[in-house]
Design a protein around this ligand. Structure first.
Ligand code: FAD
Ligand code: PYC
Length: 415
């Protein structure tokens, strides 16, 4: 595949942009692959990429029922941070954050990583204690965060009103190297790199059944016909319960809609990301100038991938005391994604009861930030047949053994 560069842009400008290649090939599926990854979101594509890059396994297909990145990966609010409490979480989220720093160069694809800083506001005394505790835990884990006071919050984000009558800002957990990236570029960049290694990215190919013999996976049925494989990785986020059912086991996950919206574009007024978890809202400003806003998850299980009017009102009402400027803004569009929620708000990565079948799911409201780390850990588990150090704590067994990795505070989104 031809490299993207400033020189290539200049060359194509001079010849009417006729020389650009398709970013990835769109082949019909083969009869058999060493590994099939179901799900062309960030985690599925990153799993395929690290299978090739780290383990030399390239006879791989990624099967996607819609279009690449059309699930949660292209629907999130793009927040990247690694300020979690438990050691296992800090390890995988920080690995992901660190990989994001150089992902554009590695993939030769501009994912627009912007380490502009992420702030989680403390607006109750309970949150002050919680975030101070996380800052101490992060110091021990080698994750660079700090607890800052209200004056520093105001300095970092002047549009915040720190002395609101109901929920004054008491401080914040600040991660200076957290930030955002362009979400669909992450999917496209991985897809292009996978295609370059000879892997097949097959869109419009829904998996409808999982085939097995003597407790071992043998392949899948799809809308493009049956395909055989030695190993299968299920990486389908909100549809994980459905795929697990096809493979003959149950998962401790619930699927709910999480919604977000953007305002009309305005001049630059906010160059950090702010999460206000007590009132359930978070906000950043996109490069186009829109305010990117999200709130809590819907309070009922469903598979409806769209937004609803009550959500706009609830979320803007929640944020308006802290961001009074919102009262003058028009909202432009809204949408929803189906996220997969575990009881401890931590992901599941590892083996399943079906031999040769692996799973990566349960990222809930916070898996965009984890894509490079989740893909890295899932690829290692698939390649070796056993989880490596990053994935080990996140096995499905933990729910049977009571080894929960409680991240309900760090998840930051009300559910
Ligand atoms: P997905 O991107 O959903 O990919 C799974 C893919 O599987 C989909 O493309 C789907 O079409 C495909 N699929 C499903 N069933 C089948 C089948 N039978 N056959 C073939 N393919 C199938 N996380 C953050 O870290 N920061 C945020 O700021 C953030 N904000 C969010 C805001 C919203 C509104 C939403 C909805 C989510 C947010 N998240 C955030 C969560 C994050 O988007 C997800 O955790 C993450 O994208 C999951 O990635 P994935 O690759 O596992 O899933
Ligand atoms: O995990 O940081 C996050 C997040 C923010 C909004 C949705 N998820």
């Amino acid at each position: 595949m031809k490299r993207y560069s400033a020189f290539a842009i200049a060359r194509e400008a001079l010849r009417g942009h006729k020389g650009w290649e398709r970013a990835w090939a769109s082949p019909e599926p083969r009869e058999r692959y060493d590994v099939i990854v179901v799900g062309g979101g960030g985690h599925g594509l990153a799993t395929a990429y690290y299978l090739g890059k780290n383990h030399g396994i390239t006879n791989v297909a990624v099967l996607e029922k819609g279009w690449i990145g059309g699930g949660n990966t292209g629907r999130n609010t793009t927040i990247i941070r690694s300020n979690y409490l438990q050691d296992a979480s800090a390890a995988i989220y920080e690995k992901a954050r660190a990989l994001y720093e150089t992902l554009s160069q590695e993939l030769n694809y501009n994912i627009m990583f912007s380490p502009r800083g992420v702030m989680m506001l403390a607006q109750t005394h309970h949150e002050v204690r919680g975030y101070q505790r996380t800052a101490h835990a992060n110091a021990l884990q080698g994750v660079a965060t700090e607890y800052v006071g209200p004056e520093r919050v105001k300095e970092l984000c002047p549009i915040i009103s720190i002395d609101g009558p109901r929920y004054p800002v008491l401080g914040a957990l600040w991660q200076a190297r957290g930030g955002t990236a362009r979400h669909d570029a992450v999917a496209w960049g991985y897809a292009r790199a996978c295609s370059d290694m000879g892997m097949h990215i097959v869109q419009n190919c829904e998996v409808t059944a999982v085939r097995s013999s003597n407790g071992q996976v043998t392949g899948v049925e799809t809308t493009k016909g049956p395909i055989q494989c030695d190993k299968l990785a299920l990486v389908v986020a909100g549809h994980s319960g459905r795929l697990a059912e096809m493979a003959g086991f149950r998962l401790p996950v619930e699927s709910v809609a999480l919604q977000a919206m953007v305002s009309e574009p305005i001049k630059p007024c906010m160059d950090v990301v702010v999460m206000a978890n007590t009132v359930h809202g978070y906000m950043s400003q996109s490069d186009k100038g829109e305010m990117v806003i999200g709130g809590g998850a819907d309070g009922f299980n469903n598979y409806t991938q769209r937004g609803s009017f009550h959500h706009i009102e609830e979320t803007v009402r929640a944020l308006i005391e802290t961001f009074p400027m919102l009262s003058r803004l028009k909202m432009l569009r809204q949408w929803g994604g189906i996220v997969d929620m575990t009881g401890d708000r931590s992901p599941i990565i590892g083996k399943t009861p079906l031999g040769g079948c692996f799973i990566n799911c349960g990222w809930g409201t916070g898996g965009f930030k984890a894509i490079p780390g989740g893909g890295w850990a899932t690829a290692e588990t698939v390649a070796k047949g056993e989880p490596g150090p990053l994935a080990a704590a996140f096995s499905l067994d933990r729910f049977r053994e009571g080894r929960f990795i409680d991240e309900s505070v760090a998840a930051g989104v009300a559910h």
